[in-house]
Design a protein around this ligand. Structure first.
Ligand code: PLP
Length: 451
């Protein structure tokens, strides 16, 4: 049990791409390990599907009981290039053998600068851009707010209903949902104000109408002159993959530009080819002042970034941004490997193909099951929202039942949404077509079996 698993031999793209369920899920070996987890890991760190993984790659997660599961979640939008992808493994192995850490704030190295150069090239807009690197998405969001505050000399932060920005004190304040992210953890950071989000399924508003509603709240209840920034996920992540109505983001960005409010796009879940473009903002022609990235950027290693207008990024005094591990050389090597995979294999195009398959499978399912109230998303970031038929009353019980069935059959599905009634599909972009199809066969079976 304590032997390290060598992924280069057993995982990565060479792992057989077949679903194979040979025990109950979780199986006996996973159950034994779960007992150890219970003994040594804090209960607050939950696990959705307690199968212990020993190898992964392509579209498969293989557990310690020998079950091969279809991965429709990518560890929450992280392993977009697939687990142990070739370029990631090659570059990480070379880097780890060369040196593992110097602290970029002490003595720099190329990998950090190379990642920042790539971020300048790939993020929306062709203006001069600079970046700073961090360890987690929450840390990137916190730092984006710090930069906006220094640059504007203002305090207030505008955020949106159903938003998720992380679990640190400031990002908890910015996150919308109480349970499990915030409950009992207050008091939270101040000067955070929440505006209504565009949620077409629930509000029926056009993008322009929804933007006018949000701007009215920010203008009247906060005052544009007090706002350092607005922070928005261009497609909501944890909040339910809500795609705002067309025109919402451009109207909000135009208002922010007019008022000198820094427009921050949190692309931590939606970025790096997930939606079929490098970034979700690209689709609407929105050019944010600052962009936060993490998750898919580094193929599973912890790395995050804030990228933005050079003059904004440079507003902060020397030494004001950083952290011991931010932009760690191994994580940077992984990011350069991931970006290489995305560019070489045109993974944005692959995300659009996967999106087309998922959309047609889910449309067929929606026609058969009235409980599927809404189908939405973009590219390989797609979701269905389950509600009592013909209403917008959330149905989290059915969502849980369908989910449990999928897990039992060896398909890793994720749920999300303010009411826990949304299935989100985020397969690795390395998943073969046959496996994707089989995954959705099981999802269809799950709806039929729980009807
Ligand atoms: C949009 C968004 N922002 C921020 C975060 C926080 O990222 P991390 O968990 O790496 O701190 C997440 C994580 O799910 C996210 O989806």
């Amino acid at each position: 049990m304590t032997e390290p698993t060598v992924l280069s031999r057993t995982g990565g793209p060479s792992l057989p791409q077949e679903r194979n369920v040979v025990t109950d899920i979780p199986g006996p070996e996973s159950l034994a390990r779960l007992e150890r987890k219970k003994a040594f890991v804090a209960d607050g760190v939950g696990t959705m599907l307690p199968v212990f993984i020993e190898a992964a790659g392509g579209g498969i997660l293989r557990d310690v009981d020998g079950n091969s599961l279809i991965d429709l979640g990518s560890g929450i939008a992280v392993t977009s290039v697939g687990n142990a992808a070739d370029s990631v493994v090659r570059r990480v192995q070379a880097q780890v053998a060369a040196f593992t850490h110097t602290c970029f704030m002490i003595t720099p190295y190329d990998g950090y600068v190379d990642v920042c150069a790539k971020l300048a090239q790939l993020t929306p807009g062709d203006h001069a851009k600079k970046s700073a690197l961090f360890n987690s998405g929450a840390e990137a969001v916190e730092n984006a707010v710090k930069i906006a505050r220094v640059a504007t000399g203002r305090d207030a932060v505008g955020v949106f209903e159903h938003a998720y920005h992380g679990r640190t004190n400031l990002t908890m304040a910015m996150t919308s949902k109480n349970m499990p992210y915030k409950h009992g953890f207050g008091p939270f950071a101040g000067e955070v104000y929440r505006a209504p989000m565009s949620y077409p399924f629930r509000d029926g508003l056009s993008g322009e109408q929804a933007a006018a509603r949000a701007i009215d709240v920010l203008d009247k209840q906060v005052g544009a002159d007090n706002l350092a920034c607005v922070v928005i996920e261009p497609i909501l992540g944890e909040g339910g993959f809500v795609v705002p109505a067309p025109g919402f983001l451009p109207a909000l960005a135009a208002w922010a530009a007019d008022k000198g409010v820094v427009f921050i796009a949190d692309e931590i879940q939606s970025g790096f080819c997930r939606t079929g473009a490098w970034f979700a903002c690209d689709e609407e022609g929105v050019v944010p002042d600052l962009v936060t990235t993490a998750k898919g950027i580094a193929g599973g290693l912890p790395l995050a970034g804030v990228t933005g207008r050079a003059e904004l990024m440079d507003a902060v005094h020397v030494g004001g941004l950083g952290g011991t591990y931010g932009g760690n050389p191994v994580a940077c090597a992984a990011a350069l490997g991931s970006i290489e995979e995305m560019e070489t294999h045109d993974l944005a195009a692959r995300a659009r193909e996967i999106g087309a398959t998922m959309h047609s499978r889910l449309t067929a399912l929606q026609e058969q099951h009235a409980v599927i109230g809404d189908l939405r998303g973009r590219g390989a970031m797609m979701a269905i929202e389950l509600c009592a038929p013909g209403t917008t009353d959330p149905d989290p019980a059915r969502t849980a039942a369908v989910s449990a069935y999928c897990h039992q059959q060896g398909v890793v599905t994720l749920t999300c949404g303010t009411w826990g009634n949304v299935f989100r599909f985020l397969p690795p972009l390395s998943i073969p077509d046959a496996l994707l199809d089989e995954g959705f066969d099981v999802v269809a079976e799950a709806f039929a079996a729980t009807a």
